[in-house]
Design a protein around this ligand. Structure first.
Ligand code: SF4
Length: 135
C-alpha cells in the first residue's frame, strides 16, 4: 500500500475513533498532522499503529504487547492521549479519569471529560494500580 493510502486509512480510522469517544482533534492542525504522520509511518514500517510519541528501545518487541498500539491502553482506560491527538475542545488532554499521581494530572491539572458516556473500552482496568502498569 502506498504511503498516501496508509495515511488516508489512518486518518479515516482516527476520525471514526475521535467521534466514537466524543473527543476533538487539536485546534493546532500541525499537531494532528504530525501524530497522524507518525502513526502512518509506524504502520508502514511495522504493520501496526505504534504510538509515535514514545521512545522504544525495540519497536518490534514493543508491538508484541498491545499497550502502545493506537488507541493505546492509556486512552482506552483513561481517555488520556499524551500525543494530543484526541483532546478536548481547547486542545488539551482529558485527565479526569487518571489516577492520582499520574504525570498528566500534574502537567495539565484536572481536565473534564466532555463525553463521559463515550469511549474507555478498558475502563474496568482503570482500577488497577497504574503506578505498576506504566513503569
Ligand atoms: S497517546 Fe495513545 S491514543 Fe494518543 S496517539 Fe498515542 S497511542 Fe494513540
Amino acid at each position: 500500500m502506498s504511503e498516501d493510502a496508509v495515511l488516508e486509512k489512518i486518518k479515516r480510522y482516527a476520525e471514526k475513533y475521535r467521534e466514537a469517544t466524543g473527543t476533538c482533534f487539536s485546534p493546532m492542525q500541525q499537531v494532528t498532522d504530525a501524530v497522524l504522520l507518525g502513526l502512518a509511518h509506524n504502520m508502514r514500517e511495522l504493520g501496526r499503529p505504534l504510538c509515535p510519541c514514545n521512545y522504544y528501545e525495540n519497536k518490534q518487541e514493543e508491538i508484541k504487547h498491545r499497550r502502545w498500539l493506537c488507541p493505546c491502553d492509556e486512552m482506552q482506560m483513561y481517555k488520556y492521549c499524551h500525543c494530543l491527538l484526541y483532546v478536548d475542545s481547547e486542545g488539551l488532554p482529558i485527565t479526569e479519569h487518571l489516577p492520582e499521581g499520574h504525570e498528566g494530572l500534574q502537567t495539565y491539572g484536572l481536565r473534564p471529560d466532555p463525553a463521559p458516556d463515550k469511549g474507555r473500552a478498558l475502563r474496568d482496568r482503570s482500577n488497577a494500580d497504574l503506578m505498576d502498569w506504566y513503569k
